[in-house]
Design a protein around this ligand. Structure first.
Ligand SMILES: [Cu+2]
Length: 662
């Protein structure tokens, strides 16, 4: 019998208890643990990132997406996983925080954008499936994922506080405190997060080199001179470190600094509903090395590498009412991203730094967009959008290179609500993207061999969604077919990108869910997701497609006590294309078998403002790995097993306490 240890973090508990005594009588929050996020409307999902989730997510954005059917996460260690939606990853997902693109710095993808997102610091997580919005730069062909703070309105001087503390197996503890204050003219908000975990063990007791620590702070101040005007200045800093089970280096520094200014004026005239602008600057300073968290240095690579990514973005946006039936959003944006790296050289096996941070590439784009909503009648509307980007990139290598791409994207969808709680939509979208930094710069040699030869990728996607909802039950289906021309396919050799080619292909699949309230307390939820894809050029499967996945959950909630059980099933996957993939990773040369993982949770609402949830994930301590995974690499890491795939954590117990006060 293996034991599961639960260590209580004094900081988390003390913070939580102190606050629960100081403020006792207000309303809370949400009641149940999220296991399968339902669809909000036929084409989008909105969820509250402060709600507890099962399995326990790491303290980063990717793991929070895992509870949404259609998403999978590629594991590299304890954190910093790579989100994949319907088999699409990297720049095919547009990930935004408060409407800004977040990008990582590491050329080896230690830090997917979600590595810098601490979901609990936000109020809302939105996923728009498919190319069904043109409002944001770097359009996501597979999905647009937004983490937002909701602008709060203060009628009179008031303050509120939100705090949560979490403790779990493997020495996990998280603390989050969010406070805000304001009156009718002014507001200020501050959020701090902290999260730490030791190396985890899989179900067989193998310890993976996977510990991490992350902290973040975010502050915002603003003016609301009248009811329709809002000006906000915000800044955030986060840093941390992470050990990796899938490679020979660890991340010692992930410093992100962000500053943004946003202003918006609403209800200007009958014609102009709102107008606003936002400018922001993001910098990521990342250092990975072979020496801080492991011994036995590999002499074929430099002892450390430092990379910086600096991006600036600006956007103008406006909404016009054209008569009572038409609403037009118009906007323009600019984004610029500069990558730099230190260089090292080896002489007779001795490594030395030959240059400090030097720019290796710059990606720029100017975009304009328009999105028109035509309310056809009370129950149906047509939404369509068009966007054009002038994208330009410079490569600074042994000889400098430049490329320019005109990118035109657009979509149209018809949404209808029928009588009797049924709504559906059908949408067609086209999106274009030029190759990104990771595809054509991050792994290339100084000659930039793929920089000019890689063509832009074009996606045409048909999306259909339907929801039927009554008091007792809800059925949701979303189905897609995606034809991709010049899909950017990466080939890998010894874990490094060794080829970049354009192929034609397609994917199709569906996410289906059904939930039913058996009575006022008991609810059953089921969800399945599936995707298939074909590389038409090479007449084989597309790589990095997850297997069929299903969830079955049952929950009990009497508003005081709650309990839930979740079973997650994944089918076997024998369709793989060894050593091909995308910037996040590649298919390993073996299939995976199916697996089932069972988890339990329970909760207690202490009072209107305080609640406690606890759970045990993977109760049977199953040893398993996701099909989309990285290879376990023992190189130099003191504890890491060299497994085909990085196994998921074994039995994990956790306890989370949440307090909201206002
Ligand atoms: Cu790195």
């Amino acid at each position: 019998m293996k034991k599961t240890y639960l260590t209580l973090s004094p900081i988390a508990l003390v913070t939580t208890l102190m606050m629960s005594q100081a403020y006792a009588d207000h309303t809370v929050l949400h009641d149940v643990v999220v296991t399968a996020t339902p669809m909000t409307s036929p084409f989008l999902i909105e969820t509250d990132p402060k709600q507890p989730r099962q399995p326990l997510p790491a303290h980063d954005g990717a793991d929070y997406l895992k509870t949404i059917p259609g998403f999978t996460v590629m594991r590299k260690g304890g954190t910093d996983g790579e989100a994949i939606f319907r088999g699409m990853a990297g720049s095919r997902l547009n990930i935004l925080v408060d409407d800004q693109n977040v990008v990582g710095g590491c050329n080896m993808r230690m830090d997917a954008p979600t590595a810098y997102i601490f979901p609990e610091a936000y109020d809302k997580l939105t996923v728009i499936k498919g190319p069904q919005t043109v409002e944001y730069a770097n359009m996501g062909s597979a999905a647009t994922i937004k983490f937002d703070r909701e602008p709060k309105k203060y009628e009179k001087q008031s303050s509120s506080l939100f705090a949560s503390g979490l403790v779990g197996s493997f020495g996990r503890h998280d603390e989050i405190v969010q406070a805000d204050t304001g009156n009718e003219k002014f507001f200020a908000e501050v959020v701090g997060t902290n999260s730490q975990q030791n190396n985890y063990k899989d179900g067989s007791g193998n310890t993976y080199h996977s510990a991490y620590h992350r902290w973040s702070t975010n502050a915002a101040v603003g003016l609301t001179p009248d009811n329709h005007t809002r000006v906000e200045l915000s800044a955030s800093i986060s840093d941390g470190w992470a050990k990796y089970a899938d490679r020979m280096m660890d991340g010692r520094k992930f410093l992100r600094e962000n500053v943004a200014l946003k202003a918006e004026k609403k209800h200007i005239s009958e014609l102009v509903e709102s107008i606003g602008f936002q400018i922001s600057r993001n910098s990521v300073d990342h250092i990975m090395d072979q020496t801080t968290f492991r011994n036995n240095m590999m002499s074929f690579m430099a002892p450390e590498a430092r990379v910086d990514h600096l991006s600036t973005q600006a956007r103008l946006f406006s909404v016009f009412n054209l008569g009572s039936k038409n609403k037009l959003k118009l906007g323009a944006d600019y984004s610029e991203a500069t990558h730099s790296a230190e260089t090292w050289a080896s002489t007779g096996g001795i490594w030395s730094k030959t240059a400090g941070l030097t720019d290796n590439s710059k990606f720029k784009s100017y975009g304009v967009f328009g999105e028109l909503t035509h309310q056809h009648n009370e129950s149906s509307k047509v939404v369509s959008g068009l966007r054009h980007d002038w994208a330009n990139a410079d490569f600074y290598g042994s000889s400098n290179k430049e490329r320019s791409d005109g990118l035109t994207s657009g979509f149209a969808r018809y949404e209808v609500k029928y009588a009797g709680n049924m709504s559906s939509y059908i949408g067609l979208g086209h999106s274009e993207r030029s190759p990104d930094y990771w595809e054509v710069v991050g792994s290339s040699t100084a000659s930039g061999e793929w920089f000019n030869s890689t063509k832009k990728e074009k996606t045409n996607q048909l999306d259909i969604g339907q929801i039927y909802k009554t008091d007792r039950q809800s059925i949701a289906a979303s189905v897609f077919y995606n034809k991709i021309n010049d899909f950017i396919l990466l080939g890998y050799s010894s874990g490094m990108i060794s080829s970049v080619s354009n192929i034609d292909g397609h994917t199709y699949g569906a996410e289906l869910s059904y939930s039913r309230n058996v009575n006022d307390q008991i609810k059953i939820i089921t969800a399945i997701s599936h995707v298939r894809g074909k590389d038409e050029t090479n007449n084989r499967s597309l790589p990095q497609l997850p297997p069929l996945e299903g969830r079955l959950g049952v929950s009990y909630d009497d508003k005081k006590w709650s309990a839930g059980a979740l079973a997650r099933f994944a089918a076997s996957q024998s369709r793989y294309v060894a050593n091909y993939g995308n910037i996040a990773g590649y298919d390993l040369s073996s299939p995976t078998g199916g697996f089932a993982v069972y988890s339990l949770n329970a909760g207690y609402v202490v009072d209107k403002k305080t609640k406690i949830n606890f759970g045990v994930d993977n109760i049977f301590d199953k040893t398993y790995a996701e099909f989309i995974s990285r290879t376990g690499s023992s190189g130099g890491a003191p504890v890491n097993p060299a497994t085909t795939r990085v196994n998921e954590p074994g039995r994990t117990a956790w306890l989370k306490a949440t307090i909201a006060l206002d």
